[in-house]
Ligand binder design. Structure first.
Ligand code: FES
Length: 162
């Protein structure tokens, strides 16, 4: 199981994953921290990696899957260093969020669930970000962009790239 993960993530990263598990495995309730720190290393938590963590922690893989799919912080698909989150909530949707997403995908050169060739960006559609007054909204890392004009989505990428 580990050798396949090494092929996917490199030995260095899997050693870091093992170190995280070893550091926190005896702490009760540390599953969230473990998954967070592992995702910091691997950038996402595919099912094979979840199975590996479950095996190391001697717990059912379904428990890991439950946590990884419950929190939007975790991703089961690869992510870029910068995740572009496009809100698809009602307020944003009616203000052309779909068009914004399509334009961003085109500019970055990825489909949803893909990572740009340089590993920099990926795009995700998310539910209401709680900033409906600023609709349509896009969040990149810690930065929130509101009242976006679909014609000017390139400016967002310029800002977060600089
Ligand atoms: S619908 Fe987009 S922020 Fe609420």
């Amino acid at each position: 199981m580990r050798s396949k993960l090494v092929e996917q993530f490199t030995e260095e990263r899997m050693t870091a994953v093992d170190a995280v598990i070893a550091e926190y495995r005896e702490q009760p309730g540390a599953l969230l921290i473990i998954l967070e720190k592992v995702q910091d290393v691997t950038r996402y938590l595919p099912v094979e990696l979840q199975r590996y963590i479950a095996w190391k922690l001697e717990m059912p893989a379904s428990r890991i899957y439950g946590v990884a799919t419950f929190y939007s912080y975790f991703s089961l698909v690869p992510r870029g260093r910068k995740v572009v989150k496009v809100c698809s909530g009602t307020a944003c949707y009616v203000k052309r969020a779909e068009e914004i997403k399509e334009r961003l995908k085109q500019k970055i050169g990825v489909a949803e669930g893909e990572v740009s060739a340089d590993g920099e960006f990926s795009i995700e559609e998310v539910r209401c970000l709680g900033a409906c007054g600023l609709a349509p909204v896009v969040v990149v890392g810690e930065e929130t962009f509101g009242l976006i004009d679909p014609e000017n989505v390139g400016e967002i990428l310029e800002k977060v790239s600089s």
